[in-house]
Design a binder for this molecule. Structure first.
Ligand code: GLU
Length: 500
């Protein structure tokens, strides 16, 4: 048997360090066994998926050096490797499941399903489909179809007994069937859900080991049942621990940057980041923390991956990155990395035009543009408070900006400007007054080169982090405030009208 593993990211948002961690483990396992590592794009969520997010994932993982043997950009014998291009497969197997009596058509309206859920909640029962359409006759189905009533396909799930999932990391895990929902397999628009597409693809792509984040454990019984219904052998499963903050909470971007591109932009070397992630999975030999990919492949042992939740300890990453910069690069190699980072024609070419009309001597350039060559800035609450915005508006503006900027499809000057203008409108403040604290947070000074251009050049990841730091300096934000202020900006309502 040839070992075949995969990473199957959904192109919905920034490439996450957790994805890199899972990719690294799958990569090491496949390579150690002389097998193949694949990349499949799971874009069945049509609303949230985007080609830009897909590009960003591929770029980030390539940057880390975790290259795949088969994937949407490199092809391979089991393609296409993008689920949106594989619909015919899913339809075929959904029909097979229907014909075999393992799945059923469901015509329930969203309103009915909501009502069922509400009732279940009121009665303290676990939420789930109540089996309403389980026994529809052919005539009824034909009549519903003729009437044009939308439908989905659901899988049948036994109501009694249990199933045992053998997890390579966690051992046997027992699930009672009555706690497993009759999952939708095909949505009303004919697209598959994650569950159907994932099982069909892992089978057709001959995946032997599925090693994925622990958040998918509850999907395992559904998948086991689908493999069973389709008469296929299920790959071996291992549910990997999620990365954690030092306080053991789930790594989240509200506390710390989680995007691979942030670390790239901050000037971490890809091999240092991979080494750091590797240390979370491969225990180092005494004094041998520096490991390249081939060493990690050699030493990797799935049994040594602790399920306790590895801590993404940025201080350790800093230490490791420093060692790589000092010990692993010669002078020429170092210079090359500096160029690749920001001291290159492309980056300088974007910055110089902003500075030209604002300086008297070329030597003014350094102080004026130093923030383009920095990571986090050391701004104080007093600096942020200097302008005309009161404390509430100030914090609201940063929270709103973080939410809106994150949601932008295009990261360019017009879109960024639109966001800041929208915030000024909602807060009913002058644009000039709103812009000022952003200048401080993003450029480190109330007067600098144009703000929106600067933000466009710095990139979303660094801007997000500088806004987060600014907000932290102002005392942070509670979850309730965050929620309320995000809603406010989504609705575009002036501040005074929120507390109806
Ligand atoms: N598309 C899923 C994700 O984004 C893949 C989960 C799996 O590996 O099965 O994590």
């Amino acid at each position: 048997m040839t070992v075949r593993t995969r990473i199957a990211p959904s192109p919905t948002g920034d490439p996450h360090v957790g994805t890199a961690f899972v990719a690294l483990i799958n990569y090491c396992y496949a390579k150690q066994h002389g097998g193949q590592f694949l990349l499949r794009i799971e874009d069945t969520d049509r609303v949230r998926s985007s080609p830009a997010a897909e590009r960003a994932i591929l770029d980030a993982l390539h940057w880390l050096g975790l290259h795949w043997d088969e994937g949407p950009d490199v092809g391979g014998p089991h393609g296409p490797y993008r689920q949106g291009e594989r619909l015919a497969f899913y339809t075929r197997y959904a029909n097979e499941l229907l014909a075999g009596g393992h799945a059923f058509r469901c015509f329930c309206t969203p309103e009915r399903l909501d009502a069922v859920r509400l009732e279940q909640r009121q009665m303290g029962k676990p939420p789930g489909y109540d089996g309403h359409c389980l026994n529809l006759g052919e005539k009824e189905i034909a009549a519903n179809d003729a009437a044009g009533i939308p439908s989905v396909v659901r899988m049948k799930v036994p109501r009694e007994g249990s199933v045992t999932i053998d997890d390579l990391l966690r051992g046997p895990i027992v699930f009672e069937w009555r706690t497993v929902d009759m999952q939708v397999l095909v949505k009303s628009d004919g697209w598959p859900t994650y569950h159907l597409a994932n099982v069909v693809d892992d089978h057709l792509m001959q995946i032997t080991h599925v090693m994925r984040g622990e958040e998918w454990i509850s999907s395992a019984p559904k998948h086991a049942l689908l493999y069973d219904y389709l008469g296929w052998k299920m790959p071996q499963l291992a549910h990997l621990p999620l990365l954690r903050n030092a306080d053991k909470s789930k790594l989240s971007k509200r506390k710390n940057p989680t995007g691979i591109r942030f670390y790239q932009r901050m000037g971490y070397l890809p091999e240092a980041l991979v080494n750091f992630l590797g240390l979370l999975a491969v225990p180092p030999l005494e004094g041998e923390e520096i490991m390249d990919l081939p060493t990690m492949i050699g030493r990797f042992n799935l049994e040594h991956v602790s399920v306790g939740g590895p801590v993404f300890d940025v201080a350790k990453l800093d230490w490791l990155n420093g060692r790589y910069l000092r010990e692993k690069l010669d002078a020429h190699g170092f210079e090359e990395r500096v160029r690749a980072w920001t001291l290159n024609e492309d980056y300088l070419g974007r910055i110089a035009p902003l500075a030209q009309s604002r300086i008297e001597r070329l030597s003014d350039l350094g102080p004026l543009t130093s923030f383009f060559f920095a990571g986090r800035l050391d701004v104080t609450a007093a600096q942020l408070r200097e302008g005309k915005l009161d404390e509430l508006a100030l914090r609201q503006a940063f929270v709103m900006a973080a939410a809106l900027l994150d949601a932008l499809d295009e990261w360019d000057v017009p879109h960024i400007e639109e966001v800041i203008r929208a915030i000024a409108d909602v807060l009913e403040k002058k644009l000039r007054d709103v812009v000022r604290p952003f200048y401080v947070a993003i450029t480190g000074s109330a007067q600098s080169v144009p703000l929106f251009d600067s933000m466009a050049i710095l990139g979303r990841d660094l801007v997000r982090e500088r806004l987060r730091v600014a907000l932290e300096r102002l005392g942070g934000v509670t979850a309730a405030e965050q929620e309320a202020w995000k809603k406010m900006i989504e609705r575009g309502r002036p501040a005074g009208e929120t507390q109806a």
